[in-house]
Design a protein around this ligand. Sequence first.
Ligand SMILES: Nc1ncnc2c1ncn2[C@@H]1O[C@H](COP(=O)(O)OP(=O)(O)OP(=O)(O)O)[C@@H](O)[C@H]1O
Length: 230
Amino acid sequence: MPRTPPPLRLRDLAVTSPGGRALLTLPKLAIAPGTATVIRGPSGAGKSTLLMALAGLIRPARGEIRWGETDLAALPEPAIARFRRETLGFVFQDHMLFEELSAAENASLAALYAPKAARAGLAARSEALLTRLGLGARGARRVDSFSGGERQRIAVARALATDPPILLADEPTASLDRANADRLVADLMSLARDGGKTVIAVSHDPALIAAADRVLHIEDGALRPESARV
Ligand SMILES: Nc1ncnc2c1ncn2[C@@H]1O[C@H](COP(=O)(O)OP(=O)(O)OP(=O)(O)O)[C@@H](O)[C@H]1O
């Protein structure tokens, strides 16, 4: 059964570095469920910081990160981890794959934490995703033998293996050639349009930016005013 993503509401958000430097300040932002949003902006602007905060991977110094009734900023770590496991898929900028594991093992890592009854389904789904992303035949190979673009696709398969209602992706097409990037852009849009998922991606990719429902522009740790409209 597809799960409906909760709406996202940020309020009075401030993220600082461990040394106390302001990295991101965001008074107010709402993102509707089932939409595709791209976060763009210059290098160092705070795009990855925002995405990590949305996933509860960074705790803000102040403010609310509300997915429906759940305020990630106010939850203890174990509850954040549970929310992430059950609700979110995350594609890291540098992929964060386990080198010594195979592509299939990386893509089905969520099975390690899933209830036993769900494991076979998860493995089958991650295998189907790898095939869809053009890597099905090489699933048994160790990740350290794959190219950057192939690794990126393995990271996408891993993020989607649990069929999460929310997908957060940091530069998901950055290492891909145009043909593979275009296929992934179409897949990401279809996750939102046909699958009802909330997709939020940091990206400079003009194709992804053009296809998105909404583009947020971040500069110097703040949203440009025209981005803040709901
Ligand atoms: N743990 C940290 N400690 C100190 N500064 C940090 C930390 N994490 C990020 N920063 C700084 O925060 C700012 C925003 O970083 P962030 O990675 O969010 O930028 P970005 O917009 O995603 O950039 P890029 O497009 O280059 O990936 C940068 O100046 C970065 O150096």
